[in-house]
Design a binder for this molecule. Structure first.
Ligand SMILES: Cc1ncc(COP(=O)(O)O)c(C=O)c1O
Length: 470
């Protein structure tokens, strides 16, 4: 299939793009009928006018509630929104000025450390971040520094670090490797092992490996990597060779799912080899965008020389983040959710998402032309492919485009290298995707398939797909 980039498709520049915004005469004051679009206007405008211009333009964005592509929270209840509005002015770094926000952040770290079975949950270290991306960078940096320190102490070279993950890793780990000069070692996923296999890990690691990164809730498919099996394989390696390779679990999605829906799964600090874990507060943590978490098993596994101190109640508070200033409101919303939902509430919300995912999966399977890849069992995410040889008239990109006409945003994309010939479609079920909406979605998918099946000829193959970013 010929590919056009999303830039070509969605950001094409019309030959005569207006250089100015036209202001509706009902709002415009004299001389304000048109304002420059790409330069700072010379004059001010009324707040209502500025509001209306921005408000009107973002009307073209998709409906967040129908966005089944994102893992990120698109709905919180009114009390949470009220708290958000009350706290939008808080800067997380101003620990001395907002000591209670700082205390609540630390309490959230303790709660997560306890949820993930840290042996030292009350005094271990962790941080809130802008999302899992920053949290992964910090987890990776700590692994790298620890490895460097240990190599230097042994008078061995520390200039060729590598890190091991599967070829279905989220793009942030490619960034980590690129930005911090660490060689990425990809273990290819295969049709019979579409996850990070312990055998693959053992082949990839060596004395220069700073760590292994299994994912709990893979972005492509929703599958969990087998963390306990990987830890066991690395235990065996240490027994045989003395090589001690730590694990950072990227639990961006699964960190807020497994403890509630699959409490018997062993994946967290119960495994001594797991040094650190990240999760996205703004995904299944159920908070609006802008929040991630990283937590270390205990203080001993975070190298001291990475920690900075900020002033707090006349003393010092240790911090380890990339950003200096960032919003504090999301941290308070996380604590709100912890209080409001408790274990029982998180279980109910996640279970409902899983029920909806199972329902959609069954309906998709029963349609006959699709094969399920995942059905929402590990995290409430399902993915499917078109059965081989079903039709030459259309593919999943066409189906994705067709359901978009009704507002549903469901991405289609190829699996990562080594399985890139398989195209899948994926739905992320989140809080707010109700069973009622799921029934309407299934009707729309069936209508779209019927339309595509009944075409007189095939869809043009130059109709291209949106490049979906993982
Ligand atoms: C497994 C995994 N890791 C990291 C990330 C990056 O997370 P964030 O968007 O919170 O920065 C994602 C996002 O989807 C993810 O699925």
């Amino acid at each position: 299939m010929s590919e056009k980039s999303s830039e070509e498709r969605y950001h094409y520049t019309p030959s005569k793009e207006p250089e100015a915004l036209s202001v509706n005469p009902m709002f415009a004051r004299k001389g304000e009928e048109s304002v420059p679009k790409y330069k700072l206007p010379d004059n001010s405008m009324l707040p209502e006018t500025a509001y209306q211009i921005v408000h009107d333009e973002i009307g073209l964005d998709g409906n967040a509630r129908l966005n089944l592509a994102t893992f990120v929270t698109t709905w919180m209840e009114p009390e949470a929104t009220r708290l958000y509005m009350e706290t939008v002015d808080k800067n997380m770094i101003d620990k001395d000025e907002y000591p209670q926000t700082a205390a609540i952040e630390q309490r959230c770290v303790n709660i997560l450390a306890d949820l993930w079975h840290s042996p030292d949950a009350r005094s271990t270290i962790g941080a809130s971040t802008t999302g899992s991306s920053e949290a992964c960078m910090l987890g990776g940096l700590a692994l790298k520094r620890r490895w460097q320190n240990s190599r230097c102490a042994q008078k061995k070279s520390a200039d060729k670090p590598n890190i091991v993950f599967s070829s279905a890793v989220q793009v942030v780990w490619e960034k980590f490797a690129n930005y911090w000069d660490v060689e990425p070692r990809y273990v290819s996923i295969t049709p019979d092992k579409p996850y990070l296999s312990p055998e693959g890990v053992l082949k990839a690691v060596d004395e220069n490996t700073i760590g292994v990164v299994p994912i709990l809730g893979n972005t492509y498919t929703g599958l969990n990597d087998p963390v306990a099996d990987i830890a066991k394989a690395l235990d065996g390696l240490q027994k045989k060779t003395g090589l001690d390779v730590p694990i950072h679990v990227d639990a961006a999605s699964g960190g807020f799912i497994a403890p509630f829906l699959n409490p018997d799964l062993v994946w967290d600090f119960k495994l001594p080899r797991v040094y650190s874990i990240n999760a996205s507060g703004h995904k299944y943590g159920l908070v609006y965008p802008g929040l991630g978490w990283v937590v270390w098993k205990d203080k001993s596994v975070l190298p001291e020389d990475l920690i900075f101190k900020v002033s707090y109640l006349g003393g010092d508070m240790p911090t380890f983040t990339l950003n200096f200033s960032r919003p504090g409101a999301q941290v308070l919303l996380q604590y709100y959710n912890f209080l409001r939902l408790g274990r029982e509430g998180y279980y109910k919300v996640q279970k409902e998402s899983q029920n909806v995912a199972h329902f959609i999966s069954k309906e998709i399977k029963d349609m006959g032309m699709f094969e399920l890849f995942t059905d929402g069992t590990d995290i409430p995410v399902l993915a499917w492919k078109l059965k081989e040889g079903y039709t030459k008239k259309w593919n999943l990109y066409h189906l994705s485009d067709k359901v978009r006409e009704r507002g549903w945003q469901i991405p289609a994309y190829p699996l990562p290298p080594s399985m890139q010939d398989t195209t899948i479609m994926r739905i992320v079920v989140r809080n707010g995707m109700s069973m009622d909406l799921a029934h309407l979605l299934i009707d729309d998918i069936k209508r779209a398939v019927e339309y595509l099946d009944n075409l007189k000829g095939p869809m043009p193959t130059e109709v291209t797909h949106i490049r979906f970013h993982h």
